[in-house]
Design a protein around this ligand. Structure first.
Ligand SMILES: Nc1nc2c(ncn2[C@@H]2O[C@H](COP(=O)(O)OP(=O)(O)OP(=O)(O)O)[C@@H](O)[C@H]2O)c(=O)[nH]1
Ligand SMILES: [Mg+2]
Length: 416
C-alpha cells in the first residue's frame, strides 16, 4: 500500500520537577539549599531518511512520544534529560501544522525539524539562592511537553511526470524505459498509486513518475483528482501522453486541451512548466498528420518507436529546468514563539493561556507565600495584570492559568 498523507500526534517529553532540599549547616537555621533541577523532556524530530519509502507506519500508528526528564534530587543533583525521538520520513515529506501552515519541506537526506519541543525542567531551590534570599524553599514544576497534531504529506521527487487519460499507456511507457513494473491492463484506472522509475540511457539519467490517469474535472476533485495532481507538483517537466485509440471518448486534441486545463486549474505555475507531447500507440494507428498538427511526437510504448528520441528530448528539458532553477533544498520554518500569553473571558472568570504565563506559575507548591509572591511578580512583569485590566477584569475576578486559579488583585497605581 502506498500512503502519502497521514495525520500524526506527536508529544514531547515532560520536564522533570525541581526539588526543595536542605542540608544542615552550622549557623544556618534552615540549612543550605541543595535541591537540583529537573531534566528537560525530549523533543520529537522528523528527519528525511532515504531508506523510508512511504508514510505507512504513521497510518498504522499515528501516536508518538519522546521521553520525560527525571526530577532533580538533593545534593544539587540534576535530573536526566528525556530521550529525544527521531522519526524517519521519506524524502519529499511536507509537514503541515494544524493551522495549515507548511512548516517544513524535507527534501534532502538528513534534513530534520524539531516539531514539538520537550518541556523545560523545573529549577530546584538551590537555583533560587540570591543575596536577598539565602534559603529559598521554592522549586519549579517541570513543564509539560507540547503535543501537536500534524499532517505529513509525501510529494514525490521526480524530474518528469507522465500525464494522460486513463488507459493511454503511461504505465506501459514507464515499464519500457525503466525498471518500474506497474500493473498494465486494458481498462481505465489500472494505476491507483504513483510509480517512480529511474530512466537510464546513453549515459543520461532522470527520474520519471507514472501517475494515475487524469480526467476532466480532476482539478475539482473528480476521479482520482487532487490526490494525484499533488504528485505532479514536484516534477519539473510534464510528459503528456495522448491516446489516439477510438476507445477513448475524447480525441487526442481534446485530451491535450483538457489535461492542460486541469493542470493549470490545479496550479497555474505547474501548467507553465516545460512539457513535451507524445502521441502513443503509433504501432496501431497512423498518427503522422495528427502529430504534426499537435506538435507531438509519435511513439509506441510497445514497439519502442520514437522512444529514444523522446527520452533525449525529456532529458534536455530536465537539464534546462535544472539550469534555470536548481532543485530547491527544502526548508524548515523557524517559527517565532508567538505571543507570550493570551487573555480571554470564560465561564465566570478569565483564562490566561500561553507558555510564558504557565511557566510563571509553575511552582511545586504555590501555597508557600514565597512561591506565590514570586509567581505574582513574574505575571505582573509579563504584563498579565495590565492585559487583564485592559480586557475589563476587576478586582476579585477569578483568573485561571492551567489548573491554577486565583483572585485578581491588581497592583494599585500609587495615588497622587
Ligand atoms: N498497441 C499498443 N498498446 C498499448 C501501447 N501502450 C499501451 N498500450 C495498451 O493500452 C492499455 C493501457 O495501458 P496502461 O499502460 O495500463 O495505461 P495507463 O495509462 O497506465 O492507464 P491507467 O493506469 O488506467 O491510467 C494496455 O492494454 C496496454 O497494453 C502502445 O504503444 N501500443
Ligand atoms: Mg497505469
Amino acid at each position: 500500500m502506498f500512503v502519502d498523507r497521514v495525520r500524526v500526534n506527536l508529544r514531547a517529553g515532560n520536564g522533570g520537577a525541581g526539588v526543595v532540599s536542605f542540608v544542615r549547616a552550622k549557623g544556618k537555621p534552615k540549612g543550605k539549599p541543595t535541591g537540583g533541577n529537573g531534566g528537560p523532556g525530549g523533543s520529537v524530530y522528523l528527519r528525511a531518511d532515504p531508506s523510508v519509502a512511504t508514510l505507512l507506519r504513521y497510518q498504522r500508528n499515528p501516536h508518538y512520544a519522546a521521553g520525560h526528564g527525571t526530577h532533580g534530587q538533593g545534593d544539587v543533583r540534576h535530573g536526566k534529560s528525556g530521550e529525544a525521538l527521531y522519526l524517519p520520513v521519506p524524502l519529499g515529506t511536507v509537514v503541515i501544522d494544524d493551522e495549515g501552515t507548511m512548516v517544513a519541506d524535507l527534501v534532502e537526506e538528513g534534513q530534520e525539524i524539531e516539531v514539538v519541543k520537550g518541556g523545560r525542567g523545573g529549577r530546584g531551590n538551590a537555583a533560587f539562592v540570591n543575596p536577598s534570599n539565602r534559603a529559598p524553599s521554592v522549586a519549579e514544576q517541570g513543564e509539560y511537553g507540547r503535543s501537536e497534531w500534524l499532517t505529513l504529506e509525501l510529494k514525490l521527487l521526480a524530474d518528469a511526470a507522465l500525464i494522460g487519460f486513463p488507459n493511454a499507456g503511461k504505465s506501459t511507457f514507464i515499464s519500457k524505459v525503466s525498471a518500474a513494473k506497474p500493473k498494465i491492463a486494458d481498462y481505465p484506472f489500472t494505476t491507483l498509486v504513483p510509480n517512480l522509475g529511474v530512466v537510464s540511457f546513453d549515459g543520461r539519467e532522470f527520474v520519471l513518475a507514472d501517475i494515475p490517469g487524469l480526467i476532466e474535472g480532476a482539478a475539482s476533485g473528480k476521479g482520482l483528482g487532487h490526490e494525484f495532481l499533488r504528485h505532479v507538483e514536484r516534477a519539473r517537466v510534464l510528459v503528456i501522453l495522448l491516446d489516439p485509440s477510438p476507445m477513448q471518448e475524447r480525441s487526442p486534441q481534446e485530451q491535450l486541451h483538457i489535461l492542460r486545463r486541469e493542470i493549470a486549474d490545479y496550479a497555474s505555475e505547474i501548467g507553465a512548466r516545460p512539457s513535451i507531447v507524445l502521441l502513443n500507440k503509433s504501432d496501431l494507428f497512423d498518427v503522422t498528420d495528427l502529430a504534426t498538427a499537435l506538435d507531438a511526437t509519435p511513439v509506441s510504448a510497445i514497439s519502442g518507436e520514437g522512444i529514444r528520441e523522446s527520452l533525449h528530448a525529456i532529458a534536455d528539458l530536465v537539464d534546462e529546468a535544472e539550469r534555470i532553477a536548481p532543485l530547491r533544498k527544502g526548508y524548515v520554518l523557524h517559527r517565532p514563539l508567538g505571543p507570550t500569553f493570551t487573555v480571554r473571558s470564560e465561564e465566570g472568570g478569565w483564562r490566561i493561556e500561553g507558555l510564558a504565563a504557565e511557566r510563571a506559575v509553575a511552582f511545586a507548591d504555590l501555597t508557600l507565600p514565597e512561591a506565590a509572591d514570586m509567581a505574582a511578580w513574574r505575571l505582573s512583569r509579563l504584563g498579565v495584570d495590565q492585559a487583564l485590566l485592559e480586557a475589563g477584569a476587576i478586582e476579585g475576578d477569578e483568573v485561571r492559568i492551567g489548573e491554577i486559579s486565583f483572585e485578581f488583585t491588581p497592583e494599585r497605581e500609587e495615588e497622587e
